[in-house]
Design a protein around this ligand. Structure first.
Ligand code: ATP
Length: 289
């Protein structure tokens, strides 16, 4: 049973998570190879990288699920292995495969997890927020992928964690669910929670992240806020988007001709009104399934 008196512990730098020189080997191969990153309270930190880059391995070392072969990990100033019991009530975890008991019904699982905490969130409110009501009595093994993700997210946050790890939180979700997840992540940040997420959805990282770490071959190859990372690559030439509402009869070919006259090679002028996501949400509504 988590202690009701658990208090935030911050490292001197104020970071909620500090990973330094992390090494993890499998069969002699370092899949995480001297990786360093950090995350702060009240911020969303996104860990990006191609398949097999070492993101999940890193996050699982931070969660105390895998033992590192080298380097240090400090979670709320504590060691995820040695201090696992002290960290359990303070850290929320949403695993990529859900990690939920397959035979239990969805709402039973959430109520059970909530009961393990001293000051859980209101379960009914969370059910409403994440649209869990329509499958509350469905066994976990019968849930769709997106429903299981939403249940796993609810379980990760129901205990009011100070730090939450979300491994690809909106993978496989419909746009309605993704927006609900994003709203919840923003609320956690506003409440001062340190949110650490991995994602392959770069629009998700752009929409949510205060800090981005890009991982490849087991190392962080770039870190910074999204505008900083974009500014660093500005010399490569920027793609400029201009939006305007064309009056009736306007010939967009003039825009391409005007750009070509000014030395812009192969300008691509496209006419579009709304994104497919806008149309999809209009057609299917915003309510969660
Ligand atoms: N238990 C294990 N035994 C052997 N190799 C492993 C093990 N776990 C992970 N690996 C390997 O470690 C590498 C990193 O895997 P990891 O799951 O951390 O990548 P990832 O960045 O999260 O990828 P993805 O985006 O596909 O989820 C991969 O090459 C993977 O095959």
């Amino acid at each position: 049973m988590p202690s009701p008196t658990a208090r935030p512990t911050r490292t001197p730098s104020g970071a909620a998570l500090v990973v330094d020189g992390l090494v993890k080997r499998y069969g002699g191969r370092a899949v995480v190879d001297g990786l360093a990153l950090s995350a702060r309270a009240g911020q969303v930190t996104a860990v990006l990288g191609p398949n097999g880059a070492g993101k999940t391995t890193t996050i699982e070392c931070c969660e105390g699920l895998r033992a590192p072969d080298g380097g240090t990990v400090r979670v709320l100033g504590l060691d995820p292995h040695a201090d696992a019991a002290a960290l359990r009530p303070r850290v929320g975890v949403m695993l990529q495969d859900g990690g939920l008991p397959s035979g239990a019904r969805a709402l039973e699982v959430l109520r059970h997890v909530a009961a393990m905490y001293a000051r859980p969130r209101n379960v009914g409110e969370l059910v409403e927020r994440l649209g869990l009501g329509s499958f509350a009595r469905t066994p976990v093994r019968r849930l769709s992928g997106g429903q299981r993700q939403r249940l796993a997210l609810a379980c990760a946050v129901v205990g009011r964690p100070e730090l939450v790890f979300l491994d690809e939180p909106s993978a496989g979700m419909d746009p309605q669910s993704r927006h609900a997840v994003w709203d919840l992540v923003r609320e956690l940040r506003a409440d001062g929670v340190a949110v650490v997420l991995t994602t392959h959805l770069l629009d998700e990282a752009e929409a949510l992240a205060d800090l981005v770490h890009v991982v490849d071959h087991g190392k962080v190859i770039a870190s910074g806020a999204v505008p900083d990372l974009l500014a660093r690559s500005a010399d490569a030439g920027a793609e400029v988007t201009v939006r305007f509402t064309a009056p009736p009869g306007f010939d967009v070919a003039h825009v391409g001709a005007w750009l070509a006259e000014r030395g812009v090679s192969d300008p691509a002028v496209t006419v579009g009104r709304r994104t497919l996501e806008d149309v999809f949400l209009d057609l299917t509504g915003r309510h969660l399934r």
